[in-house]
Ligand binder design. Structure first.
Ligand code: APR
Length: 236
């Protein structure tokens, strides 16, 4: 029984866009996903932002508006319950920039930033993003019109990597939920955890690029298989 191998040791969970799919937010690489509708180099790179900041702001304004209408699903709620009730530490790392983990009552490490964050490209100031951001919005600190979404783009270093690496080194269970395993460094977390001796489990609707690196697989929609997994962890 794979679940028997889970102890009350630290659990590290990585989530991707798939956990928010049943909340109505599109994923990136599934059929008709965001990267089928937009070019990454135009809306998710510093070069794209420098070339056309309005296009980038419009892309994130639309995602911010969509996320504001979305509600957490049973998978988000189950992870919040796990963080609250599990006897060991539960570290939730998300690649997602929506706020659905927090809306469900969980604490998440946002390695790719958050739609609700704004950043000044000139002075580095951070503040709560307004619902709609425009290229000539002045930075509240240095007043220069250099504001950008506080989102980590391709070619930029994700946030909190040292903290995440430390958690991966001493976790007893590593789970990846709803991620295609195509973007590093997140896609390499399973190897880091396995190398440290953790039991690894993938929860996904389909196989991912890193499926073969996981010891255990649970296949199905997150809103069904994540609550089942959490129930097993809490009643083992
Ligand atoms: N339940 C579980 N898994 C699902 C569901 C669902 N209902 N729907 C889709 N999935 C899975 C898909 O099978 C796929 O493996 O979610 C994954 C979505 O993969 P991607 O669209 O590539 O999203 P993600 O892995 O989060 O992308 C990682 O890439 O573009 C960057 O910064 C962006 O954070 C993002 C990163």
């Amino acid at each position: 029984m794979a679940a028997q191998r889970d102890t009350a040791g630290k659990i590290v969970i990585l989530t991707g866009a798939g956990i928010s799919a049943e909340s109505g937010l599109g994923t990136f690489r599934d059929e008709g996903g965001l990267w089928a509708q937009h070019r990454i180099e135009d809306v998710a790179t510093p070069e794209g932002f420098a070339r056309n900041p309005r296009l980038v702001h419009d892309f994130y304004n639309a995602r911010r508006a969509q996320a504001a209408e979305a509600a957490p699903n049973a998978a988000h709620t189950a992870l919040a319950r796990l963080q609250a009730d599990y006897p060991g530490e539960v570290i939730l790392v998300t690649q997602n920039v929506d706020g659905l983990h927090e809306m469900a009552g969980a604490r998440a490490i946002h390695m790719h930033g958050a739609l609700e964050g704004a950043l000044c490209a000139a002075c580095g100031a951070r503040w709560q993003a307004p619902p709609v951001m425009c290229p000539d919005d002045p930075c509240p600190k240095c007043t220069r019109p250099a504001t950008r979404p506080d989102i980590v783009w391709f070619g930029e270093m994700p946030y909190f990597m040292d903290e995440i690496a430390a958690h991966l080194e001493d976790c007893e269970t590593f789970a990846a939920i709803g991620t295609s395993g195509q973007v590093y460094p997140a896609a390499g977390f399973v190897q880091e955890a396995a190398y440290a001796g953790a039991h690894t489990v993938e929860l996904n609707l389909n196989d991912s690029d890193t499926s073969r690196s996981f010891a255990e697989h649970r296949v199905g929609p997150a809103s069904r298989i994540v609550p089942q997994w959490v129930d097993e962890l809490l009643t083992r």
